[in-house]
Design a protein around this ligand. Structure first.
Ligand SMILES: Nc1nc2c(ncn2[C@@H]2O[C@H](COP(=O)(O)OP(=O)(O)OP(=O)(O)O)[C@@H](O)[C@H]2O)c(=O)[nH]1
Length: 365
């Protein structure tokens, strides 16, 4: 678990661009490539695993995905992407950053994991952020019928809620609430034809342990929201088509950091879970997080957290993708800053009660 400061400066930042078919990825890409920002981008587009037209049209190509050594099917890296990045690296200096546009129906995890997990790729490049373009007009339907649409939102650090010209203000609010229910932590911009300040999209440092918290104002904010959920609560953390339905029979109070439920009629719904505690016992916490990610890894799309470890003057930041967790010290806790441990999971079929209880068992005595 470490993030070397020395290597990061030489690593080329990589932005992974996701979004369902027709959401506006190419529109954004064209904007990035034509705006006058003085940066040179290498763009890797779309075609992973798809057969070239010159190949045998009759053969369905399997995506080339390698399991990591631990054999977990959730932890995969893409051989084709590794080779493409390696080839690009031979032309080092020719560009400042890499953008990978994934296919509209692709699960973004293997692409992100390749940058997160493959040693050679990682030495040369660093994952900057996962950006999802969402079609405001069609996303609600897509969320009902495809898991990929959920995964793309769940995985994102930055979301462009695009095609706002095709929905009313009220419809947009419903769509945004639905997106927030899947991923309350991404920064969300409303756009028409992906018109957004590119600084909001590029060079975000969302996977950079040093910057992860300072740059993302929404990250972890939800864990200590300052509203009170009342009987009329239509807050984003629980939506069903049949009215308000917290699955636990309590009423959310001001410290509610309850799990975030989603529409009943969706496929295995993605939800986010925020956990909060004071100082943790590192002897308990590290074995716990390793165990949780080993057991629940396939269902964990993203995890991020900042930990106060007993006896440790520094904030400890962790993040993960499926079973792979990475962590490092960030900076000293400031005078007067409450030493608080906060951990967020975004995933599918996560057992909130088990996670909460076992997390709280790591609290330092
Ligand atoms: N009305 C409207 N149309 C848009 C907007 N953004 C993009 N489009 C149009 O939507 C269509 C799809 O946009 P693309 O940028 O090609 O979408 P994509 O995600 O690259 O599509 P795939 O490559 O099929 O996955 C194009 O006709 C765009 O001109 C928008 O904000 N409003």
């Amino acid at each position: 678990m470490s993030a070397s400061q020395d290597t990061t400066s030489q690593q080329i930042p990589v932005t992974v661009l996701t979004g369902y078919l027709g959401s506006g990825k190419t529109t954004l890409l064209n904007r990035i490539l034509t705006e006058n920002h003085g940066q040179k981008y290498a763009v890797i587009v779309n075609e992973f695993g798809e057969i070239g037209i010159d190949n045998d049209l009759l053969v369905e190509s399997d995506e080339e995905i390698f399991e990591m050594n631990n054999g977990c099917i959730c932890c995969t890296v893409r051989g084709d992407l590794i080779r493409t990045v390696q080839n690009l690296m031979k032309r080092k200096g020719a560009f400042d950053a890499i953008i990978v546009e994934t296919t509209g129906v692709a699960d973004p995890a293997p692409v992100a994991q390749t940058f997160f997990m493959d040693d050679d790729v990682r030495a040369a490049s660093k994952l900057d952020a996962v950006v999802a373009v969402v079609d405001a007009r069609h996303v609600l339907q897509r969320l009902k019928d495809t898991e990929e649409a959920q995964d793309q939102i769940a995985f994102a650090d930055v979301i462009l809620l695009n095609k706002t010209d095709l929905v009313t203000k009220d419809e947009l609010a419903v769509v945004e609430a639905r997106i927030r229910a899947i991923n309350p932590y991404a920064v969300c911009h409303h756009t028409e034809r992906c018109a957004v300040d590119l600084k909001a999209v590029l060079d975000r440092g969302a996977f950079d342990l040093d910057r992860i918290l300072s740059l993302d104002p929404h990250f972890l904010a939800h864990g200590h929201h300052d509203h009170e959920c009342g009987p009329d609560c239509d807050h984003e953390h629980d939506h069903t088509h049949h009215g308000h339905d917290h699955s636990h029979d309590h009423e959310c109070g001001p410290d509610c950091d309850h799990e975030h439920h989603h529409h009943d009629d969706d496929l295995h719904s993605v939800k986010s879970i925020s956990l909060k505690a004071g100082d943790l016992d590192p002897e308990l916490f590290f074995p716990w997080i390793n165990q949780v990610t080993q057991i629940q890894g396939p269902n964990i799309l993203r995890l991020k957290g900042i930990m106060a470890l007993k006896g440790d003057p520094q904030r400890y930041v962790i993040q993960g993708v499926h079973m792979i967790v990475e962590g490092d010290h960030q900076r000293d806790w400031k005078d007067g800053e409450p030493r608080e441990s906060r951990l967020v999971f975004i995933g599918r079929d996560l057992d909130w009660d088990m996670l909460k209880q076992s997390f709280e068992a790591c609290v330092a005595q």
